[in-house]
Design a protein around this ligand. Structure first.
Ligand code: HEM
Length: 497
């Protein structure tokens, strides 16, 4: 009798079984997520019921604002982005989320973003912690205080940046992206440390700023892909600077504490904060807090202002009539002009507002958490604990709010009385939020506007007839979006030739 044929499944069998098991577990997890997902009843692509991977992909490829905007256009003002995240482009919902005294707290994304031992004003979640800190810092960022104490520093640095741009452009091309970034980081560092880093003079960032930027970039990567924390252990300088340079940075930031406490020479903004603290027994700030807030000022105040200025330059130089009008307006200023005169120039300020509308550097989602009891937006119930994302990119381009929203038209901001805010409809006034909104809006708004005004005024006075270089194209200036936006090419070249 022929013996039965024996097939040995074993060598292939075990791995195959393991693969099938993993597959079954993944399918079961997706199925479970899809039926328990708190956002399952909301409009949105079917796959967002199962996974956040499509959103993550958009985030890490620098496409987040475009992806979310396209979902709003397809599914409406309330759209599911992932099982636990919802995009919101409804104006009354926006008001509710960002009003003063809101119960919608910043999500813990901010905490995970911070790479420092304690949270600072940007990353504190609890309003009981954030409120007193914000109050303490606010005095040093008020317009009155800045105009009285820091006007000269901002003015001199803006003029120096423009002088450098003019010199480069006269002999070839000037990269305004580089110069405006140096201007913004030199100003922030000077305010935070009380002494100039001299980066505009050198033409490049110093080691401290270079490492700080890498560290911020590393933190941004790790918040999306936490497993990359392991890279900290790789002993290569470039990798260490990105993932493991906290000690170096915090040690360097000790200079901000020294300068603030010594009160000798040129003080920094923290000297006033500490003084107010001691004088009025109001709030508390220790040395580590000062270090962290000094970092915040530099991180939050550099790329934001630098990128906005870059897009402003690009937007105006594409429109010769507008350029000539701005050159004429700024040429009319008397030699020793100050911030108080700049604030009254209609076209200069309108160009800044229109740039902030279309090219403000922070148009991304500002994630907040739905409070206890859930909420109802536009007829859709959203349960507590879900993250709601509002993005200026979408609000600033909404055709129901703005006429010809995609057209760069500064004149939309000017009425016959030259009053900027009055030119807007009530809906546009609410929707316009390049500096965020409510209690968590930008603390540096007056500083940023002061920098923008001086830089724009000097630039169009000193660089009449300057043009975009051939290397600067709509493609090179396309946005890349990693929380902030930046031109894809990371440069914007202009020339007199
Ligand atoms: C054009 C320039 C700027 C833009 C577009 C901008 C934009 C913003 C936005 C949108 C927020 C809200 C973030 C959120 O809710 O998650 C914010 C917050 C903040 N910004 Fe700015 N910013 C600019 C310049 C500056 C400058 C120069 C500083 C320097 C001090 C600064 C410091 C901060 C801080 C500390 C916060 C956190 C405030 C808080 O949570 O209480 N920003 N900024």
């Amino acid at each position: 009798m022929t013996p039965p044929i024996h097939i040995d499944y074993l060598p292939l069998g075990k791995p195959l079984f393991a693969v099938i098991l993993v597959f079954v577990i993944i399918v079961a997890k997706f199925a479970y997520t899809s039926v328990t997902c708190p956002t399952r009843h909301l409009p949105g692509p079917w796959y967002t019921r199962f996974t956040h991977l499509r959103l993550k992909h958009a985030v890490i490829t620098g496409q987040r604002i475009f992806y979310i905007d396209s979902l709003h256009r397809q599914y409406g003002p309330i759209v599911r982005l992932s099982p636990t995240e919802v995009g919101v482009a409804d104006l009354s919902a926006f008001k509710e989320i960002h009003k003063i005294g809101t119960k919608y707290m910043k999500s813990d994304w901010y905490l995970r973003l911070a790479n420092f031992p304690k949270p600072g004003v940007f990353t504190m979640l609890d309003p009981r912690e954030h409120g007193p800190r914000r109050k303490l810092l606010s005095r040093s960022f008020s317009r009155t205080y800045l105009v009285e104490n820091w006007d000269l520093v901002v003015r001199e640095k803006a003029l120096l940046a423009v002088t450098k741009i003019k010199a480069d452009a006269a002999t070839g091309t000037a990269d305004v992206y580089n110069w405006w970034m140096l201007l913004a980081s030199d100003i922030s560092a000077h305010l935070a440390f009380g002494e100039s880093f001299g980066m505009l003079e050198m033409g490049h960032a110093n080691q401290f700023i270079r490492v700080l930027k890498k560290l911020t970039m590393g933190a941004g990567i790790m918040v999306e892909m936490p497993f990359l924390r392991l890279l900290r252990f790789i002993p290569i300088t470039a990798v260490q600077e990105m993932f493991n340079a906290n000690d170096f940075i915090l040690k360097g930031a000790g200079r901000a504490v020294e300068m603030a406490r010594s009160r000798t020479g040129e003080a920094n903004i923290f000297a006033k904060v500490i003084e107010d603290c001691e004088k009025e027994g109001d709030g508390h700030i220790d040395d580590m807090d000062v270090r962290i807030e000094a970092m915040n000022v530099i991180i939050a105040g550099t790329d934001t202002t630098g990128v906005t200025l870059t897009y402003l330059t690009w937007a105006v130089l594409q429109r010769p009539d507008l350029q000539t009008a701005l050159e004429t307006e700024t040429a009319g200023l008397k030699a020793g002009f100050t911030e108080n005169e700049l604030i009254n120039l209609p076209l200069l300020n309108a160009v800044i507002e229109e740039t902030l509308r279309l090219y403000g550097a922070a148009p991304s989602s500002l994630p907040r958490v739905v409070p206890k009891g859930g909420t109802n937006f536009g007829g859709h119930y959203i349960p507590q604990g879900v993250t709601v994302d509002t993005q200026a990119y979408t609000f600033h381009r909404d055709p129901n709010i703005w006429n010809d929203p995609l057209i760069f038209n500064p004149y939309r901001w000017i009425t016959s009385e030259n009053s900027l805010a009055e030119a807007l409809s009530p809906a546009a006034k609410t929707a316009f939020h390049p500096f965020g909104a409510g209690a968590r809006s930008c603390i540096g708004i007056h500083l940023a506007r002061m920098e923008l005004r001086y830089a724009v005024a000097f630039f169009f006075r000193e660089c009449q007839g300057i043009t975009l270089a051939g290397s600067t194209t709509p493609q090179s200036m396309e946005f890349e979006n990693f929380f902030l936006i930046a031109p894809k090419a990371h440069r914007c070249e202009i020339t007199f030739h």
